[in-house]
Each structure stands twice: as C-alpha cells, then as structure tokens.
Design a protein around this ligand. Structure first.
Ligand SMILES: [Zn+2]
Ligand SMILES: [Zn+2]
Length: 250
C-alpha cells in the first residue's frame, strides 16, 4: 500500500493548484470526502505506486484516510504550463469494516517518519487466502486466485455427474426461484417501525404479502433480498405458485 504523509491544511490559489483546489493537506474537521479531495493529489509517485491497490493518508504519523485505488493518473496539464510529472490517485474511500481501514485509520503510521512524503508498506491486511481451499495468498477484495473459481465449480459439477445432474440437484435441494427475491421487513403493525426480527421468507415483487396502514399505505416496504437471504430464506408458497404459473404460461 502507498503511505502518504500529508501536511497540515493550507490554503492554495485555485489558479495555481493543478486540481483547482483552494486548500490541500489534512484538517481535523474535514469530512472523509473533503480530506480525500485535499490529499489524493498531487504527488510524485514512482513505478511501484502503480502496482499498489490501497493508499493510506497519514498526518502526524497517524492514519487519517484509507483509499482503495481505482487508478492513478497524471495531474491534468494546465494550458501554457509544463506538466509537473505529479499524479492523482483516484479511488474509493474505505470505511469501518474494511480490514485496511480497521487496521490503519486512527492507528499509528505503519512506516517510520521519513523525508519523502511517499512511502510503501506491505500490510498483512492486503492479503487473504483463496476461497477454493488451496491456501494461496491473494489480494484482499478478491475471492479466488485466477482460474481457481472455475476449477472449484467444475470439480463439484463433476462430482454429481455433469451439468444436467448438477442443475437437477440444485433445483431439488435449493429450489430455483430467482424471481422470488424480495423481502418485506417485519414491522410493528401499529406504527410501521422495524421489529428488528429477521424476515422469515422471500417473496415475488408484487405479491401482496405486505401490510397496509389505515390509509392503505404499505408499511413494510419491499427491498431486494441479499445473496445470503436468497440462500437461507425459503420462498413464500403463494409466491411459488404464482411464479410457477407465470413460467408455465411462457
Ligand atoms: Zn485456490
Ligand atoms: Zn409472497
């Protein structure tokens, strides 16, 4: 990961700043977005930066912002001026729950104080192991080493005989109801507040398994089921019948 030591917030002339900003650096009251704007450029980055997937902004030797890098681009050239050779990092601001954020934002900088604002650190949180079980280390954010997902999948298909058998098995054990993919969050019928209880079934969008208030408004609005819920929640029986009829008509 790239570790960038940002200085304290300072005003700059938007006409002079390569990104047209009026301030750069770290300010304690900045929102993550403002901090990103003020620190994602412009930097002199070496070759290694282009192989890195994360950037950590530090100030006073503490991590203040973590970014998953999408791309690194040369700073836009302004007319009549020579290119500075500096770069801008574009990416997603990481938040609570991401291993890089959790390990480094608010924590001591992983590298020693140095003169150059740009440093590098090989964080253990940047790696995870392949989900196929081979033990290979891969960058965090990926599930499989290249090609291992296909191998793992086809190895399982083969165990059941072939694709036909695999599909028959899936439909029998899990059921094949891709359009029964909506959750009506359990709510208190009096005031429509969520009860906090998990939903018990998934429904088809447009089924009438929701509740109405006295004015006929839906009090538990539908939302799409998560992948987890698509696996763990049973499809509603009535919705299954409607869905089966609908597909028979096609
Ligand atoms: Zn693997
Ligand atoms: Zn239903």
């Amino acid at each position: 990961m790239i570790v960038i030591g940002a200085g304290a917030e300072q005003s700059v002339d938007p006409a002079e700043d390569e990104l047209g900003r009026d301030r750069i650096g770290y300010g304690p009251t900045m929102s993550p977005m403002a901090l990103y704007d003020a620190t994602h450029g412009t930097w002199h980055l070496g070759e290694r930066a282009h192989r890195e997937r994360f950037a950590l902004i530090t100030h006073d030797e503490r991590g203040v912002l973590a970014v998953a890098i999408d791309r690194i681009e040369p700073a836009p050239a302004s007319p009549g001026r020579q290119s500075s050779g500096r770069s801008v990092i574009h990416g997603q601001i990481l938040a609570n729950g991401h291993p890089i954020y959790d390990a480094h934002v608010g924590a001591r900088s992983p590298i020693a104080r140095q003169r150059n604002p740009i440093g590098y650190f090989d964080a253990p949180e940047e790696r995870t192991v392949c989900a196929c079980g081979c033990g290979e280390e891969i960058p965090v954010g990926k599930h499989f080493a290249s090609g291992h997902d296909q191998t793992a999948l086809h190895e399982r298909v083969r165990q059941l005989g072939g694709v036909v058998d695999f599909i028959a098995w899936f439909d029998r054990v899990h059921g094949n109801w891709p359009d029964i993919n909506v959750i009506y969050e359990p709510v208190n019928l009096k005031d429509g507040t969520p009860t906090g209880a998990p939903a018990r079934a998934r429904h088809r969008l447009g089924c009438d398994h929701f509740y109405l208030d006295e004015d006929g408004r839906v009090i538990n609005r539908p939302r799409l089921a998560s992948a987890e819920e698509m696996t763990s929640l049973r499809p509603c029986r009535t919705c299954q019948n409607v869905s089966a009829k609908a597909s028979a008509r096609q």
